[in-house]
Design a protein around this ligand. Sequence first.
Ligand code: ATP
Ligand code: MG
Length: 230
Amino acid sequence: ALEAARGAVRFEEVTFAYGTGKVILPRFTLDIPAGQTVALVGTTGAGKSTLAKLVSRFYDPSQGRVTLDGVDLRDLASRDLRRSIVMVTQEAYLFSGTVADNIALGRPDATMDEIVAAARAVGADAFIQSLPDGYSTDVNKRGGRVSAGQRQLISFARAFLANPAVLILDEATASLDIPSEKMIQGALQTLLADRTAIIIAHRLSTVAIADRVLVMEHGQVIEDDSPEAL
Ligand code: ATP
Ligand code: MG
């Protein structure tokens, strides 16, 4: 098995088309050093989600390669890939089951102490404790209903517990109230520390905490700079 990944991600001359359709990414090259937080922004259809899906190996390039620490993703064992690269999407925030099950999704071996520690780290512990059955609350049951912001926090706790070298986040577009927004921002900073992160960013506050902002258009990077410079 692979040793713990450092998290450097590279696109090397990647061309990608969905099936026989038009080319979405034409000879796309990008170097993301380990530990960097990259915010991806750009118009709808620019190819942001496609790029994220190539890193999580939802799809493979038509030509060229995507590498993790120099290794072609296609050459990684699926277990190593799943452990090293985690994608958090807006659709997949919660599954049926308890709050604890939801946090431990990628880490079925996790102890309750680890689950609670992950929730604490991202600031989700307090509201979870206040649910009718705490961590045992069924998220689909009456009374177990959680708000949009709380759902995101639970998914952040899940990602924190999984502790991948590379985190890909397709940020939710749904607007949150201001306290939730602040909570999410704080949680995000904790979550991004010490790992590579690629965030499809919909919030200015997220762009501001990135090390680097990539503006995409028609499958190409048209600007690549620090948030301050943009
Ligand atoms: P948005 O901001 O709207 O999420 P995006 O930058 O994420 O846009 P992508 O979803 O990567 O854009 O889409 C890039 C292009 O690929 C678009 O032209 C889109 O229509 C096309 N596309 C996306 N998914 C598929 C698919 N499953 N099959 C065929 N074409 C697709
Ligand atoms: Mg998208």
